[in-house]
Design a protein around this ligand. Sequence first.
Ligand code: PMP
Length: 365
Amino acid sequence: NGSGVINFSAGPSKLPEKVMEKANSELLNYRGTGHSVLEMSHRSAEFSQIIHEAESTLRELVGIPANYHVLFLQGGGSGQFSAIPLNLLQPGKTADYIVTGTWSAKAAKEAEKYGKVHRVIADVEKHVGVPCTTKWTTNPDAAYLHYCDNETIHGIEFPFVPESDGPPIVCDMSSNFLSRPIDVTKFGLIYAGAQKNIGCAGVTVVIVRDDLVGHALKECPTILNYKEQAACNSLYNTPPSYSIYIMGLVLQWVKEQGGVAAMERKSAAKSELIYDTIRRSNGFYVCPIEDKFQSRMNITFRIGSGKCTDELEKRFVQEAGKVGMKQLKGHRSIGGIRVSCYNAIHLEEVQVLVNFMQAFQRENT
Ligand code: PMP
């Protein structure tokens, strides 16, 4: 954006320059209508076209079959932590949750308010990967099996889709959606908040198979009810219209870049560059996550070993900040450094960071 700042935020995060320019050019007068999307009725012909195009581009990019609804909802990923059990967890049934980090733990805890939850892997003191599937205690009669594809705080990403022995798979893809091709037919439901890879905060994408819709608990709020929202194309009430518009621009941008396969190649190159720098640092940088589960989106590491770690990490964040690299501090709950490399981050920007990491190591050893 010409400011010299590189924004490695975990979310809300960097948007593609082209999207920002387009939104800027259309802000005051949307495509000759004489008014802004910000001021537009959500029932207008112009907005109908915006939401319709966003859905069709998303269906095309991800390959969403016709028997899946696409919903654009509010409440973020956290809203779905409640909506999922409220829509899918019938009385008397149990829901299985695979807990691999903070977000899947939160999802499981929220679901407990509405029904019975079973955690399929034993509690661990520290999350460093996905425990071996042979140790999972899944229940073939569960209402669904929930997992988080990418744990944003720890930097743990699933390299596979869990196998289910019956229950539909429900997946939180908030922080890696659109970063690799997926086979939607393996899932009952996929959800993702927009503010990382799909756009800005305010809208949450829910992709849900049609047979899972229509079984909500009677106390499920209407705005969270998939059947009600599907019946009115996500326009039960005023939607987050500007966020849907920005999402449409991002989806168009992903398409122009070559789609999700191109995003996958780019993500692999960017994350590999950083993990390789960590591996070659002779233990100066240490990624706490097991190799197989290291996230391509959120790369976490500690600096130095032992007593000077906190001091070095503080200095790393400060000095990186001085040369324009922002938001590198790890989540307050676990500390360390976290580099978030969503789709809008360029390989060249990661190269700048890697050069800085190498220089920082030389100066501090
Ligand atoms: N799931 C994941 C994987 C996340 O990273 C986040 C937010 N960082 C959430 C859920 C919660 O999203 P929100 O803040 O939109 O409620």
